[in-house]
Write a protein that binds this ligand. Sequence first.
Ligand code: NZQ
Ligand code: ZN
Length: 387
Amino acid sequence: MKNFDFQCKTRLIFGENSVKELKNMISGNYKNILLHYGGGSIKKYGLYNQVIQILGKENVNVFELSGVEPNPKLSLVKEGIKISRENNIDLILAVGGGSVIDSAKAIGIGAKYEEDVWDFFTGKAEPKESLPVGVILTIPATGSETSTGSVITNEDGLYKRSLRSNEMRPVFAIMDPKLTLTLPDKQTFAGIMDMLSHIFERYFTNTPNVDFIDHMSEGAMKSIIKNAYALKKDPQNYNARSEIMLAGTIAHNGVLGIGREEDWASHKIGHEIGALYGETHGVTLAIVFPAWMKYVYKVDIDRFIRFATKVFDVSAEGKNKNEIVLEGIGKFEDFLHRIGLPTSFIEGNLPTDKFELMADKATEEGPIGSFKKLFKEDVANIYKLAL
Ligand code: NZQ
Ligand code: ZN
């Protein structure tokens, strides 16, 4: 196990009707609030009115910036930074999913930085401070409600880039599983793939002696799979919605990565699909991960045997190592199909003629990943495997 220094400052307020706790989070703490949200689902399902009513009873000024798209864009972030500076914003309230939260986080660090906020995403500068960000989460998926991450797309060249900083962890996250009952199936199950992938990116590690977190991760993966099937059967199952909402947070708050080297190549490979075609993040991961697994498993075949046997209950009896691993990956693909996700470009109705360009962009800043370091040619091979 590696040494680590872990802190997650986000206060979690979880459960049915928890939105009313917004009052206590705001009261006396903030004066000028930027309410940030997406394309309108919060208005359609009544959350917007509820939030406005709560804020209306507090002595605060509310400014609004809506229109965050899935795969959020740099231009809107810049608009948010301008509004924040002009109006002395002291809290950004993100109401929505990962895209809204990520956009809010980027506004938060950008408002405190004199130069171009994109500098943070290219590694030219490191965030030193942020405006506080509060969250009301409407889709369990990215874990952005407590994570250190923000992922933004620069329209100039279609670069989708991620940034990690403890400065960006939200100050509070309100999570009512009931809010997720309105999610379309595609978003529910893409979100489930996303949270599983956040565990994969940490579970497939070369760091030895990380048994405690391995067991936690295996339990978490099993629970996500079980509750995914429960939601496939009945999307209105509140208990399964609760389990999945909690899982999304724990999968990416950093706990499952402590003491070990993490990978993150598959996310970068997926981001190129999202940047070019606007595809939902979790769908890009459903396409990339089975191919990545097939490409890298020989680096540590025993780790993949552990995955196959403990998470997908593959029996090892009478099989050689390769057979066990490939059966495990096959069961994972079967799971994805059963929850309605594609596992290839063709199944996902995505173009297949830009693999070289995408591989080039994914490795523009150097090789990616750590379980197996991937160069441009490796990334192109993974896209081809996912054809
Ligand atoms: O825009 P609205 O109208 O609100 O609709 C959204 C959007 O179309 C809709 N939606 C959200 N909650 C809903 C709902 N529809 C009905 N009922 C509800 N309760 O769902 C659509 C997708 O929303 P989005 O926020 O884009 O989804 P998600 O949470 O999956 O976020 C994806 C983004 O987060 C990034 C991804 O790359 C992607 O850009 N990620 C962020 C991470 C982080 N900050 O730590 C880590 C992840 O790995 C990921 O990369
Ligand atoms: Zn993700």
